[in-house]
Write a protein that binds this ligand. Structure first.
Ligand code: FNR
Length: 223
């Protein structure tokens, strides 16, 4: 693996933690910041903490792609994905679904070959002032990610009433919830490490159709 050190032992797992809201005071940015800290302190992994603002990109347009290729923001996100072993997304819920900004970014990045989401392990978390915590948005986000071959962790974490959910130090105010988040992050990273580091567990769960563009079935699927 590219993370192998000079001594031959694999280095720490590299985890991209993406806060998927553009808002300056984003609750999901706060949750992503906490998760990145847990990745480092509780799991001993490397966290690459990213904010959606780092990846500006226009709305997906097939004509623009044909004329100019992918925008720099999408390529930057592709690079950050390529450099990680696992991905954690903290996303808001808009109208019970995935925010357009995040779906647009997934659409642009999915145009790269080899397709960067394929076989990546992902954990989904959300924060919202509502009582539902943005959880329906995460179920909607699973669909495009699983379609792209991402191994989305079965457990998810949603923080309800998130506007009053953090301590001044950035932990979760509710101790039991905080421990649940620690458990979700560490369990997820144990699975990601096992599957990325130990060859015996490697397997193909899903063949992304877009990888075989000459197959008739693929052409039908892309129409
Ligand atoms: C929302 N919000 C929201 N919240 C929720 O729990 N369920 C929902 O369906 C929606 N829908 C929704 C639609 C739109 C267009 C907006 C702008 C907002 C509220 C949302 O959770 C709240 O604004 C969060 O603070 C957004 O996340 P960030 O930006 O704080 O990370």
């Amino acid at each position: 693996m590219s993370t192998e050190t000079a001594s031959g032992s694999p280095g720490p797992l590299r985890v991209l933690v993406l806060g998927a809201s553009l808002r300056t005071d984003s609750l999901n940015a706060r949750l992503a910041s906490l998760v990145a800290r847990l990745v480092r302190d509780e799991a001993g992994a490397e966290a690459d903490h990213a904010h959606m603002r780092e990846f500006p990109m226009p709305l997906y347009d097939g004509d623009a792609e044909a004329a100019e290729g992918l925008p720099p923001g999408a390529l930057a996100l592709r690079d950050r994905l390529a450099a990680c072993d696992a991905l954690i997304i903290s996303s808001p819920e808009y109208n019970a679904s995935v925010p357009g900004v995040l779906k647009n970014a997934v659409d642009w990045v999915s145009r790269v070959r080899p397709q960067p989401f394929k076989d990546k392990h992902a954990l989904l978390v959300s924060a919202s002032p509502s009582m539902i915590g943005g959880n329906r948005g995460l179920w909607a986000l699973r669909v495009p990610l699983e379609h792209l071959g991402t191994r989305v962790y079965p457990d998810m974490f949603s923080l309800a009433r998130a506007h009053e959910g953090f301590t001044a130090g950035g932990d979760l105010a509710d101790r039991a919830l905080h421990e649940r988040l620690v458990e979700a992050v560490t369990s997820f990273l144990r699975l990601a490490e096992a599957d990325t580091r130990y060859v015996c567990l490697r397997r193909r769960w899903y063949e992304f159709l877009g990888d075989c563009t000459d197959a008739p079935v693929t052409l039908r699927a892309q129409d």
